[in-house]
Design a protein around this ligand. Structure first.
Ligand SMILES: Cc1cc2nc3c(=O)[nH]c(=O)nc-3n(C[C@H](O)[C@H](O)[C@H](O)COP(=O)(O)OP(=O)(O)OC[C@H]3O[C@@H](n4cnc5c(N)ncnc54)[C@H](O)[C@@H]3O)c2cc1C
Length: 407
């Protein structure tokens, strides 16, 4: 028995598998092991959290039942945006303006911190900074986008509202208004995660994989974990960074598993729109587009309320064709032919916001559930917040993402 529900997380060949990962050293799980913090899951979330905790001087161990970076992280399109799925003006109506602004600002901080920390650690993950273009759609029309622009400006964000002629002139996209957001980020998610994981390992963190956690006994004096390999691991604290394989006994907070699809094209640097901005839509479901520094175009979306992987994969051809058609329709200057296509499970969240913090009724256990389209931004937010919580100094925004919040 596992402590998480196993899933077939992804299918197909992603563009990231074309690049070799650096060596990631593993440790052998001896008779038993102990550490300050045990992180379950060695994807982008576990890697960033382990890096942050080891930087705080804590002795960290990670376990992963598959091996590092083989879960959802390998399927991510890795648009690293501060703009949360739910527009600030809409989120404000749902949870109050003050909380919505704090969440958006914290998300901005997480993207900036990710960029800065990646630079400080000297990680080469084919990363780049890009503006974003948020197109009008069925969630926000032109008037809604103007109101959203005002809401963002009031909260201190540097944004510009563009009318359709300006959008067409700069980006070649017809009939849409848009908001330009500044200084988002993008990277190869596997290389990014490998960089953080290796930084943690170089400070003494140990990675045990493939090792599955099969049982957890949590008390106020610490946590004892049983593993598929036999030996136990004792830890003062435990962090669930298990992605979309949700831990049993941990409240779901309204999160659910759906399906999503993505494609990438050949490199076509000459066809890329002038700023190479990340493009996404104020629609539900939405289409999103990014480039790589070499000029590949990556496009994702077509989300469907399907949790079953077989049902998801039965739609792969149809969804790939839909993405190719929509990409070509929106950006006539590019060749939308897919060289890679893939599908994945995806964790949806009602407000597009994550759940991070102490798990109710599981003493010394924490979870980083970065559900929503900004999963990797939330991995960084989790790294920052859990560092504060576990080292005892707390985090001023923890109420916004806690299990006990009322939204
Ligand atoms: C197609 C697609 C596109 C996406 N695009 C974006 C995007 O553009 N921007 C963005 O920010 N986010 C995006 N996301 C979301 C983002 O990729 C995820 O939030 C992120 O990869 C999750 O990382 P993780 O480390 O939490 O999970 P994972 O990478 O899945 O890692 C969790 C690990 O936990 C391990 N595990 C689980 N249970 C156990 C156990 N019992 N014992 C041991 N190990 C266990 C698993 O083996 C797995 O390796 C996208 C996701 C998909 C699928």
């Amino acid at each position: 028995m596992s402590v998480t529900v196993p899933r077939d997380l992804r299918t197909g060949r992603t563009i990231w598998l074309d690049r070799r990962l650096p060596h990631i050293p593993k440790s052998q799980l001896g008779r038993s092991a102990s550490c300050d913090v045990l992180v379950i899951g060695a994807g982008i979330s576990g890697s960033i959290i382990a890096e942050a905790l080891s930087d705080a001087g804590l002795q960290v161990a990670l376990v992963d039942r598959r091996g590092p970076l083989q879960g959802s992280t390998a399927a991510s399109t890795a648009l690293l945006q501060y703009e949360i799925d739910t527009p600030l003006s809409v989120l404000g109506e749902r949870i109050g303006r003050d909380r919505a602004e704090r969440l958006w600002r914290r998300s901005r901080l997480a993207v900036d911190a990710l960029r800065q920390r990646t630079r400080v650690l000297g990680i080469d993950a084919n990363q780049a900074t890009r503006d974003s273009l948020y197109l009008s759609g069925n969630v926000l029309d032109a008037a809604g986008l103007e109101a959203e622009t005002l809401a963002r400006k009031r909260a201190g964000f540097e944004v510009t509202f563009l009318k359709p002629p300006a959008v067409f002139e700069t980006y070649g996209i017809k009939g849409r208004s848009a908001i330009v957001g500044r200084d988002n980020y993008m990277a190869d998610p596997r290389l990014l995660a490998a960089g953080y994981l290796n930084a943690a390992i170089s400070r003494g963190a140990r990675l045990y994989a493939p090792v599955e956690v099969t049982d957890i006994s949590a008390s106020h004096s610490g946590v004892v974990v049983s593993t598929s390999d036999g030996p136990e691991i004792k830890a003062r604290h435990l962090v669930f960074a298990t992605g979309y394989e949700m831990p049993k006994g941990v409240p779901r907070k309204g999160n659910k598993i759906i399906s999503t699809w993505a494609i990438s094209t050949k490199p076509q640097p000459r066809n890329i729109w002038p700023t190479g901005s990340i493009i996404w839509e104020a629609s539900d479901p939405y289409l999103y587009i990014r480039t790589t520094p070499e000029g590949h175009v990556i496009c994702g979306g077509e989300d469907a309320e399907i949790a079953d992987a077989e049902e998801r994969d039965a739609l792969n051809d149809e969804k790939t064709q839909a993405l190719v058609r929509k990409l070509g329709g929106l950006l006539p200057m590019i060749d939308p032919t897919a060289t890679h296509s893939w599908s994945g499970s995806f964790g949806d969240s009602k407000t597009g916001t994550p759940t991070i913090g102490p798990v109710p009724r599981m003493p010394n256990c924490y979870a980083a559930m970065g559900y929503g389209g900004n999963g990797i931004t939330f991995s960084m937010m989790a790294g920052q917040m859990l560092r504060g919580m576990i080292s005892g100094v707390g985090d001023a925004d923890s109420d916004l993402v806690s299990f006990t919040r009322r939204f």
